[in-house]
Design a protein around this ligand. Structure first.
Ligand SMILES: [Fe+2]
Length: 268
């Protein structure tokens, strides 16, 4: 099944909501030829075997999820908020899966001190930036694309000291991606007219952006799937099968991932 459908199912079907909007944002999911009917290409998309989904929007109701829009990117690639955040983690030496470190580093930088260039353009209700690479997730993006976005700063290696320039990169990317995702949320809320939102996909763990969603959008109740990264895909597949395919009733919401035993103060 399409990767983003699994992310969406892991969020909505595990949530306490009977009716909600669902947003999934990550660095890249299923390739276009495997997503099947319902695909809605972005403005930059056309049929090509290397297109893949980067974000999707749904309306969830009871035992069903309805796809509203699936955004796919491909050569010449567009960089989405999730792709840009993942690239920045590798660029700043945090490792390809170090997005959480970028989020922490952003607190030490200033978003508008050094870099003012918009990184993502608004395209048909999405925020994406076209780049000239065959694949923005390829290692080459770190030595070509990223230095052109950030005044020639080279990728951080294990022996480099982080400076204010690097902290400002993190702050700029945090600000710009959260602006973009907030825009996606506003668009989604306007279409679905619900104050409840479920999120998943790796970017869904960005607590700074999630805080802005609650403070600056009409969303009043937000459910974040704790396993928002790809570790939640098996859960999403199972919940999709249970509800979307078999039509089984919803189960109690997933309120905690602390499933193990508990320990008293004395034991601790
Ligand atoms: Fe994903």
């Amino acid at each position: 099944m399409p990767h983003h459908d699994a992310h969406a199912a892991s969020a909505f079907f595990a949530s306490p909501f009977e009716d909600a909007a669902v947003l999934t944002v990550d660095a890249g999911g299923t390739r276009e030829q495997e997503t099947g009917p319902g695909l809605v290409p972005s403005a930059t998309a056309s049929s090509h075997k290397d297109f893949r989904e980067v974000q999707a929007r749904y309306r969830g109701h009871g035992r069903r999820l309805h796809l509203l829009r699936r955004t796919v990117v491909g050569p010449p690639y567009s960089v989405s908020p999730g792709v840009l955040y993942g690239l920045t983690a590798a660029y700043l030496g945090c490792g390809a899966l170090g997005a959480g470190k970028v989020m922490g580093l952003a607190a030490f930088g200033r978003p508008d001190r050094r870099f003012r260039t918009p990184l993502l353009e608004r395209l048909e209700g999405d925020h994406l930036a076209t780049c000239d690479l065959d694949d923005p997730l390829h290692a080459r993006a770190l030595t070509t694309l990223m230095p052109t976005l950030f005044d020639g700063i080279q990728p951080v290696t294990s022996t480099d000291q982080l400076t204010d320039r690097h902290r400002d990169v993190a702050a700029h990317v945090q600000r710009q991606t959260s602006d973009a995702v907030l825009h996606l949320v506003m668009h989604l809320v306007a279409v679905t007219r619900t104050p409840r939102l479920c999120v998943a996909g790796g970017y869904g763990l960005n607590v700074l952006t999630n805080s802005r969603i609650l403070a600056e959008s009409p969303v009043r109740e937000l459910y974040v799937q704790p396993a928002a990264t790809d570790c939640g895909i098996p859960l999403g597949c199972a919940l999709w099968g249970l509800h979307q395919v078999l039509g089984q009733p919803r189960r109690p919401p997933m309120e905690s991932v602390a499933l193990g035993g508990s320990y008293g103060t004395a034991e601790i």
